[in-house]
Write a new protein. Structure first.
Ligand code: HEM
Lengths: 560, 267
């Protein structure tokens, strides 16, 4: 990247350049800046912003998908709010969708039908809004995994990690609230489940749902309350948190993968203006385009087919949107346990899968950075990312959690699977119950193995070069494969990634990762149960990496 | 109206709340069969009284002996391999054979819909023979469903059928490998027959529970949404959010990640 014209290293000196110099976009910026500065005296800030450097890697754009789909949600959501009636008043439908004419339904549902069939662009807007909602949550999750697997959550970025977890939870809530608004048969069924989940919380549950729903399910208030939650409360918080997220990012600068010339103290990449600005704008339109294309060609949430919500009706295959599917799955997978205590029923079958499991999942997500830094006794700053393979335990844990989550999601669609493949619903559920216990540890083991294998492969590449596929016979009669050393630039990058420092010293081995072992004066005996756990965990985390040879020591041992 | 309806069947009150029905409860099934049996006793023209000297019944018996007796017994009395057909009625035969479910080819959790083995004339003969053994629901004719109330049918459909067949009749899973099939291929006559005979795990919907006029409304709804285009684009199987999920991940995020990589590689 360092040979690219717009590539800059931040902290380059700023001098006043004549207005006529440079490429057209550069001149345009400079003119604008001068104009503003002459009036506000703020050009220094703007200039610094325009010169902000963004590293180039495709995975750094994932968060932007989330950002732009949020923008789309705001815009399309405002349009929908102009026509949507958040009311549970019962009306008789007389719009243009024939198969529902004359049916009694809530005003919320009727207005959604009106939006879909009688408002110009209404259906398209609904579909854009819903596809963007799916993209929004999806990209948040994908973005989060990028951050996790590259270690970008480490100090100093832990606060942004926590904001991210909050954003994800809020996005899921927001999606659920929106999905419930049309008051159709599927969303009503989902809301009914949410009601029982909240109700299952011991002691306070009943009061909480009574307060939320204004009485027994479905009550008269829930749609109008969800509406305020959906269009005002949660978007407001989301907006605030997203701003905080971006400001912290701006302030802390972006992380980057190790590479030649990249250190913990610099950022190398494209200047915000024009390079990154153009790139990110192009991207904005791509996200818009994908949403619009999906909305134009793929039908989503056809509420007119679901029918209005009616407590006496239910449809086969009533699923929520995908981001709720893991909850649905955990509810479906749970055996039917209940305890009766002093005239109270504790519904473990709802409490555990609906409250405890998601609670544990999100808590673990939030505290993971603290756990890792505690175990690794790592208090340092990290501006350079890890490659997933270089952190086998973290990567393994991530894939393990992902596996657990995937099984939950799949369980949420167990009936669709069963009917599509003609499996037995019971057998499917039992297989998934076994898989959720067995698969995650296996996923951990396999991932760790793969990581170690890749490390080995990298070391071999660096040390021996690329296998050319050419076989040569030695005078001794043995066959060898001719190896070609890596191109110098590639080798340099790889060395930096593996962790060689600038003087070519190999990375520290286990036990001395952060130099603490040496600083402690050798072996320190852990005292206390906590310390013992930690030291056990530490040796688990820091299991010696594959032997990495020093590139400067010529390797004369014969191989193959 | 339908030919099988009793003349004094009350006109349905539109939009009357229909009670939610229990799924496949054996008691209801037996009771319903009983009711239907009595109801049709006087209506079935080819009841057991009709003599076996009727040549078409003899031909039907011939076909039965060739294709069905190995399982259902020489006199359709049933056996270890298949239930008795005495009293199941012509509608049951027309449905089972007309949807290709019979003759059964393979024992599984459920007999799937197949290409029918017999042609229409043969099915009529088989049905006539079975109907001659004992009274049962007759094959409905003159199903004038086009003039029925679609929207009312939709409500009835969601109350009585959607829990197994899904909101749009796309089908759904039942327990132990059984499933409620998609309704997209069933003809109006077969839909009517399914309701009055309750094949396998489907309950019988007698005329007390769903009047003939209401049945026509249900048929009208099923046919309407089947032929109705999807105004929002591709229907994605009409199975709800699961396929939308697949599209969001594979097409939505998939496309954007490829774009990101592409932009990244050109920056
Ligand atoms: C920020 C993230 C947001 C998410 C994840 C989200 C998600 C959703 C979803 C899934 C639906 C159901 C859509 C459907 O009918 O198929 C919905 C409906 C709706 N949303 Fe949002 N939304 C968001 C923001 C907003 C905002 C900011 C507004 C308004 C300013 C808004 C207004 C509405 C309205 C009025 C409806 C109901 C209309 C209808 O169902 O057709 N949404 N939302």
């Amino acid at each position: 990247m360092s040979d690219h014209p717009t590539t800059t290293s931040e902290s380059s000196p700023q001098e006043l350049v004549p207005l006529s110099e440079g490429s057209p976009p550069e001149r345009a910026t400079r003119t604008t800046l001068r104009y503003v500065d002459d009036r506000l005296g703020s050009a220094n800030f703007l200039k610094r912003s325009m010169d902000k450097v963004f590293p180039d890697h495709w995975s750094f754009m994932l968060g932007e998908i989330a950002l732009y789909s949020f923008v789309i949600l705001l815009l399309s959501g405002v349009y929908l709010s102009l026509f949507f009636h958040a009311s549970q008043r019962v009306v008789v439908y007389d719009g243009s969708y024939q198969p529902l004419r004359g049916v009694s339904m809530t005003d919320a549902y009727a207005s959604t039908l009106h939006l879909s069939f009688d408002v110009r662009g209404g259906l398209l807007m609904r579909q854009i809004h819903h596809w963007a909602a799916l993209l929004f949550v999806t990209s948040i999750v994908v973005h989060m995994f990028r951050v996790f697997f590259t270690g970008a959550f480490r100090k100093p970025r832990t606060i942004n990690w926590h904001i991210g977890v909050g954003l994800m939870v809020l996005a899921i809530l927001e999606g659920f609230a929106g999905y419930s608004l049309p008051d159709d048969l599927l969303s009503g069924t989902g809301l009914r489940i949410a009601y029982s989940v909240a109700e299952s919380i011991p002691v306070v549950g009943t009061y909480v749902v009574y307060f939320l729903f204004g009485g027994d399910y479905p009550g008269q208030d829930i749609i109008s309350r969800l509406f305020i939650i959906h269009v005002l409360l949660v978007p407001g918080i989301l907006l605030a948190l997203i701003s905080a997220h971006m400001m912290i990012l701006w302030h802390q600068k972006h992380t980057d993968f190790p590479g030649p010339g990249k250190t913990e103290h610099n950022v190398i990449g494209t200047k915000f203006y024009p390079g990154f600005f153009l790139k990110t704008n192009g991207f904005l339109f791509m996200v818009f385009g994908v949403c619009a294309a999906l909305a134009a060609f793929a039908q989503i949430n056809p509420v007119w087919l679901y029918g209005p919500y009616d407590a006496g009706q239910v449809s086969a295959g009533s699923q929520p949107d995908w981001y709720i599917l893991f909850l649905e799955g955990s509810l479906r997978m749970m055996p039917n346990w209940e305890t009766h205590l002093w005239h109270h029923t504790i519904s473990w079958n709802i409490l555990i899968p609906g409250v405890v499991i998601p609670g544990i999942m999100f808590t673990l997500m939030a505290v993971y950075p603290a756990i890792e830094s505690w175990v690794e006794k790592d208090k340092g700053f990290h501006n350079l990312l890890d490659r997933p393979r270089d952190k086998p335990v973290r990567t393994g844990l991530g894939v393990m959690s992902l596996t657990f989550y995937m099984v939950l999601v799949i369980a949420g669609a167990n009936d669709i699977l069963a009917s599509t493949f003609h499996w037995s619903l019971q057998a499917t559920t039992w297989v998934l119950r076994v898989l959720i216990i067995v698969l995650p540890p296996i996923a951990f083991k396999i991932t760790k193995r793969i990581c170690l294998g890749l490390q080995h492969h990298d070391a071999a590449l660096l040390h021996h070069g690329v296998e050319t596929g050419i076989i040569r016979r030695l005078p001794s009669g043995a066959y060898i494969e001719v190896e070609e050393p890596l191109a110098p630039q590639k080798a340099e990058t790889l060395a930096a990634q593996i962790g060689y420092d600038h003087d070519g010293h190999p990375p520290a081995l286990a036990g001395s990762t952060n130099g603490h072992a040496a600083a402690d004066g050798g072996i320190s005996r852990p005292v206390g149960a906590l310390a013992k756990t930690r030291s056990k965990l530490e040796s688990f985390w820091d299991e010696p990496r594959e032997d990495i040879p020093d590139p400067h020591v010529p390797d004369d041992a014969e191989h193959h | 109206m339908v030919s099988v309806s009793s003349p004094d069947a009350p006109e349905p009150t539109p939009r009357r709340r229909i009670r939610k029905r229990r799924i496949a409860s054996l008691g209801i099934l037996v009771a319903a069969l009983g009711t239907i049996g009595t109801l049709y006793a006087g209506l079935a023209p080819s009841g057991s009284a009709a003599s076996n000297s009727d040549p078409s019944i003899a031909r039907g018996r011939q076909l039965f002996l060739q294709g069905c007796a190995s399982c259902h017994g020489l006199n359709a009395q049933g056996g270890v391999r298949a239930p008795s057909l005495i009293g199941v009625g012509a509608a049951a035969v027309d449905f089972r054979v007309g949807t290709g479910r019979m003759p059964l080819q393979q024992h599984g959790p459920e007999a799937p819909r197949k290409r029918p083995v017999y042609n229409n004339a043969q099915i009529q003969l088989l049905a006539g023979y079975v109907a001659s053994l004992g009274a049962g629901p007759a094959i409905p004719t003159n199903l004038n469903y086009q003039s029925a109330d679609v929207a009312f049918g939709g409500s009835l459909f969601r109350t009585n059928c959607a829990q197994c067949h899904n909101f749009a009749g796309s089908g759904g899973a039942l327990t132990y490998g059984k499933y409620a099939p998609s309704l997209s291929e069933a003809t109006p006559k077969q839909i009517y027959e399914a309701m009055i005979t309750g094949p396998e795990n489907m309950p019988v919907f007698g005329d007390k529970e769903i009047t003939p006029a209401q049945k026509l409304a249900i048929i009208s709804y099923i046919r309407t949404i089947k032929t109705e285009p999807n105004p929002g684009g591709a229907g994605l199987g009409r199975v709800g959010p699961v396929t939308e999920t697949a599209v969001a991940w594979l097409v939505g995020i998939g496309a954007l990640v490829i774009v990101t990589m592409w932009i990244g590689s050109r920056a």
